[in-house]
Design a protein around this ligand. Sequence first.
Ligand SMILES: [Zn+2]
Length: 365
Amino acid sequence: MKRLILFFVFLSFFSCQRKEEVSKDIFPLFSAWGRASIFEDKSDQEILDYLKNLKSSHVDAVFLDAPNETYKHVSPLFKKAGVLLHAWRPTMINNSKEIMAKHKDWYTVSREGVNVVDNPPYVDYYHFMCPRNPEVKEYLIQEYLKIARIPGIASIHFDYIRYCDVYLPDALQPHYGLVQDHEMAPYDFCYCDRCRAAFKKEYGRDPMELEDPSKDKDWAAFRLDPIVDIVNTVAARVKKETGVAASAAVFPTPEMSRTHVRQDWSRFEIDAVCPMIYNGFYNKPISWIGETVKEDVETMGTPKTLLAGVYVPDIKETEKMNEAIDQALDNGAKGVVFFNLPDMTQAHFDLIKKRYEMYQKTHQK
Ligand SMILES: [Zn+2]
């Protein structure tokens, strides 16, 4: 018996060690989001110089939103510069004209019965697919496998891994002339035939016919599950078939994410999460970054590396950025991700370099 216990102790020690190694290796202290446009009209040498500058500032990883062809092109340059390349890709939003024309039934339907293909909510690109549709799930598995098979990808990075916003962040609501003090029908999804039938089969009621669907706890929970399932299924398949890790950009806390966008990232079984703790979006001070990170560490559920996402225009003065870094790291984040590269100046990079060096000194074994 004792030997058996020892064996399990050894096993769990070994698995912790491995997890820590993966995290440390591919999710460094400082990284940034960026889109393919940062490389537009740049020669390979110019891209390499740009990446080398990031490396020398210890922005050691980039979450890049780009077509697969761009990943293939820039991946060797990332390797040469020593910067990690994470493949950032919207998940549930899909603006492909071909897919919208061919598979309208893949898309979500509001409580008003409107398909997002006909009339997307808030903005013209808000074409969210239905997470309960098995064809959508299979499509996403194949898409992420294609990305993960590109040599040099450190992780697949889910974004828009959620439903349409039930509630917009506070600071954005006035831009749309909205006061969202309850779940409003045009922003409440998904009431497609498949989702309605599946819920009715399990619970005996049609969500479309509920007097106030926001009061139905089963209906709320029912919609969280398929997003969790897509993340966990895609991440497991990608890990199994390619060995590539998975990460996700998520809303500030699990609690907020469930309420605002029906995203329960506490149940995401992935290597890392990057909660977008954009204080300005919620009219909050920089100290809110620390409070949020603390709540995340306490409520993140399935263990994963936590990198605090910060919005550079909200903290563009270096003193503010410095404070944001303190707030994140002092409260349990393993790193900070900056949104996004075009907003970052050399003064920011110099600060990050200084903070990296300080961190190395204080964390030397
Ligand atoms: Zn649906």
